[in-house]
Design a protein. Structure first.
Length: 274
């Protein structure tokens, strides 16, 4: 399958978020249910002894690719179904092996990043997790731990390292599935695509940050005016669910803009009102 690496301007980053929102609004319940089902799958896998956490991280490439398959189906007027998470695993044996290799590599690399971050933090993340698991831990003790300089350093190192891991894996699952590339080639192509479109991805990230910041400020003001300030945290879970689902829906546009195979990226238009 011939593929073309397109040049993507910085302005497309905001359009990716906009088009993701438009597509989400076409199938809001279906996309939200898709993400909830994945969360339950991930929680179930995490219960497995010894390897549960690692397997949970290995599922992330399947999550992103499954959402891209579902998003492309919705763009073409098709259905959004949980079975689309497993559709890539029913591909040719070579593609399936390449995808599974990506999943294993991603899980191991993320696990390595977490270990590195905890090492830089002098075990701060492990200690914080232990304290938060104990309901009787004084809040002051948790706050003192979170204020430690080593924990801040570990957080920064973890964020940078995780970003470096994410770049080659951003498009890689889709390149294996639709581009029929091997794992090494897919990782290289993804890195090159993200680098060439770094302006668009910077705008993409800033747009997400601005949206979530605006949502937090507006909701805090509204809850304060209504005298419901203590109930504000109750909004965190549905808001997190919405933004997470919307993020995964938007991934198809980052891929199609970068690897259009000579065709223009799919566009989402508003449906006429009845």
């Amino acid at each position: 399958m011939a593929m073309i690496l397109n040049a993507v301007g910085p302005g497309r980053g905001a359009h990716w978020v906009r088009d993701g929102l438009r597509l989400y609004l076409k199938r809001p319940l279906a996309f939200t249910a898709l993400f909830i089902i994945f969360l339950f799958m991930a929680l179930f896998v995490a219960l497995l002894p010894l390897v549960g956490g690692l397997l949970q991280m290995m599922l992330v490439p399947l999550l992103s690719l499954g959402f891209m398959v579902a998003s492309r189906s919705a763009l073409q007027g098709g259905a959004v179904r949980p079975i689309q998470f497993f559709e890539p695993l029913r591909a040719a044996p070579a593609q399936r092996r390449a995808l599974l290799l990506l999943c294993v590599a991603y899980g191991l690399l993320v696990a390595g990043v977490l270990l590195l971050a905890d090492l830089v933090a002098d075990g701060g993340f492990s200690r914080a997790l232990t304290l938060m698991r104990n309901p009787n831990t004084p809040q002051a003790e948790i706050e003192a731990l979170l204020a430690e300089r080593s924990l801040v350093s570990g957080t920064l190192v973890g964020m940078v390292a995780l970003t470096l891991v994410t770049i080659p894996f951003w498009h890689a699952p889709a390149l294996v599935h639709w581009g029929h590339q091997g794992p090494g080639q897919a990782l290289f192509s993804s890195t090159l695509a993200v680098w060439r479109s770094r302006g668009a991805f910077l705008v993409y990230g800033l747009t997400w940050f601005a949206l979530m910041l605006a949502f937090g400020i507006i909701s805090a003001v509204l809850f304060g005016l209504l005298g419901l300030g203590p109930a504000g945290p109750l909004l965190a879970m549905p808001a997190g669910l919405f933004f997470s689902t919307l993020f995964y829906v938007s991934l198809i546009f980052t891929y199609d803009d970068s690897f259009g195979a000579g065709a223009p990226p799919p566009q989402v238009t508003a449906e006429p009102s009845a």
